[in-house]
Ligand binder design. Structure first.
Ligand SMILES: NC(=O)C1=CN([C@@H]2O[C@H](COP(=O)(O)OP(=O)(O)OC[C@H]3O[C@@H](n4cnc5c(N)ncnc54)[C@H](O)[C@@H]3O)[C@@H](O)[C@H]2O)C=CC1
Ligand SMILES: O=C(O)[C@H](O)CS(=O)(=O)O
Length: 484
């Protein structure tokens, strides 16, 4: 890993502006999923050290919220600028610890910075309201105030963007934030913390704590000082965190698992639909919560779509993310490979057929062949479980009503996609799909201006957009008697 600024390779936690090791010296290795090589070690902070970060966060937040929105926005803009200036180094760190192709890492760094720029402006648009008082002697006002000390627990699949999508609205609103990054990808998080520090964001406003997930998470959940938790990751862990936050009634934002259907109707632009499937399914080697997890193709175009899809999948290039031309990096770990293989084996045992790919890549390790499976049906695990890998399971359907029912037959409700040139159908199906986000004639929907989030067991709340900052604000109602 060659960095222009070697100082961005941080192997200590950031607590109250200090870079620190664990008092007991415990560390955890960070490995490159493409090579298995240990590339760094980060501290395993203890319960006491995590509690110290919470205290520092509380002290820092009192001063941070006292700044004007414009002042906070200035610090945030400096942070975003520093991130973009360090784009190549951050991309190198991200590819080294997460595996995604450098082009995707560079794109994610820009995506991450876009949340900071967006919320630096949104900070200045936090307003309240004046109500029509029923009593002539009263004036009723609603103001918005920062929630306070916030915590974020973030996933490995987007090591930068999932941090700034939480930290940016929090800081913009006047909150402080403690981030516990995924153990697989702490280096990007720590580098973001360094850049925030270099940008002048005061000590304690943004802290990056590394350590045992369950232990650090429990401290953050148990503390009554932490008033909000924002989590992106599996629905299973989301349930644990939700339960752990119940005793202190924390505000919660949960971006959890998905099971996205992508539907191709007979009247679709087939080349555009196939391009949409490719963009959604194989982004980050299928390791995003909004990846197409189930491909539904109407009878009349099934064979045509299958042929075109296989052609495109077979053009994908598997390899290390730093290698020019790579479009598919490794999966994050061996458990991910196991899950993909189990899903394929289950489908084949029930009558599905692997058309291309279907097994670990010749490169070995956690590389997997981009795969298309046909004749998939609802009895198979593809239908109900998030595969989180480079596998496109293709279902067939006959009627619109049938495919909407199948698409909605899941506990998840994050993203859905469909392709049709029928305007009435675009409205009808968009409204019928039980998802937080729907892509129509596109497989890529994520950006900083739109509300990202799901319904059902895909989570709570929205991130990004003008709605995202509300998650970090409390409404306060003032009833003022003006008769005296
Ligand atoms: N919605 C999304 O964007 C993501 C969804 N996932 C889903 O989760 C599955 C498992 O992936 P993982 O990386 O294992 O996700 P995970 O949900 O286990 O981990 C996500 C974050 O939660 C932390 N964590 C794990 N257990 C915890 C606990 N008991 N208390 C506090 N924090 C805890 C991890 O350290 C990490 O920072 C994936 O196969 C995928 O289905 C994973 C990553 C992102
Ligand atoms: O966690 C994820 O998968 C991301 O939220 C997906 S996206 O926002 O980068 O599309």
């Amino acid at each position: 890993m060659k960095l222009n600024n070697p100082g961005l390779l941080c192997q200590q936690a950031l607590v109250n502006g200090q870079w620190c090791n664990a008092q007991d010296g415990k560390t955890e290795a960070v490995t490159n999923p493409a090579t298995g090589e240990v590339i760094a070690h980060v501290p395993q902070l203890s319960t006491t050290e995590t509690e110290r970060a919470i205290t520092a966060s509380q002290q820092a937040q009192a001063e941070w919220k006292a700044l004007t929105a414009k002042q906070r926005a200035g610090y945030m803009q400096a942070w975003a600028t520093a991130i973009l200036e360090a784009q190549e180094d951050l991309a190198q760190l991200m590819t080294a610890e997460q595996g995604k192709p450098l082009a995707e890492s560079r794109g994610e760094v820009a995506y991450a910075a876009s949340f900071i720029t967006w919320f630096a402006e949104e900070a200045k648009r936090v307003d309240g309201s004046v109500l029509q008082a029923p009593q002539a002697t009263q004036r009723l006002v609603v103001i918005k105030q920062p929630v306070g000390v916030c915590a974020a627990i973030t996933p490995w699949n987007f090591p930068a963007a999932m941090i700034t999508r939480k930290a940016a609205p929090a800081l913009a609103a006047g909150c402080s934030m403690i981030v516990k990054p995924a153990e697989q990808t702490p280096l990007t998080a720590l580098a973001l913390g360094k850049l925030a520090q270099d940008a002048g964001i005061p000590d304690g406003v943004l802290q990056i704590v590394t350590g045992d997930a369950a232990q650090v998470g429990k401290v953050l959940c148990d503390s009554p000082v932490v008033r909000k938790l924002s989590f992106t990751g599996s629905t299973e862990v989301g349930r644990i965190l939700m339960a752990q936050c119940a005793p202190t009634i924390k505000k919660l934002s949960l971006e959890l698992g998905g099971n996205a259907p992508i539907i191709v109707f007979d009247d679709a632009d087939i080349d555009n639909a196939v391009a949409g499937i490719m963009a959604s399914k194989f982004r980050n080697s299928g390791q995003t919560c909004v990846c197409a997890n189930r491909v539904y193709v109407q009878d009349g175009v099934y064979d045509q779509v299958m042929d075109k899809l296989v052609q495109q999948v077979e053009k994908l290039t598997v390899g290390e993310g730093t290698k020019p031309g790579t479009t598919q990096g490794p999966l994050i770990d061996s458990q991910a490979i196991d899950k993909v293989q189990q899903h394929i084996a289950d489908a084949v045992s029930k009558g599905a057929q692997v058309v291309t790919g279907g097994k670990p890549h010749v490169l070995g390790g956690t590389f997997f062949e981009p795969t298309v499976v046909r004749d998939v049906n609802k009895t198979m695990r593809f239908a109900t479980e998030e595969t989180f890998g480079p596998v496109a399971p293709v279902f067939r359907f006959t009627t619109e009503a049938e495919v909407v029912q199948m698409a909605n037959d899941t506990i998840f409700g994050l993203a859905a996609y469909f392709f049709t040139r029928d305007a009435s159908r675009q409205w009808r199906v968009s409204e019928a799909l039980e998802y937080g986000m729907v892509g129509v004639n596109t497989g890529l929907i994520s950006n900083e201006v739109a509300p990202f989030g799901g319904v059902k067991q895909s989570g709570l709340g929205r991130e990004g957009s003008r709605y995202g900052i509300e998650e970090y604000l409390e409404l306060k109602y003032l009833c003022i008697d003006v008769s005296c």
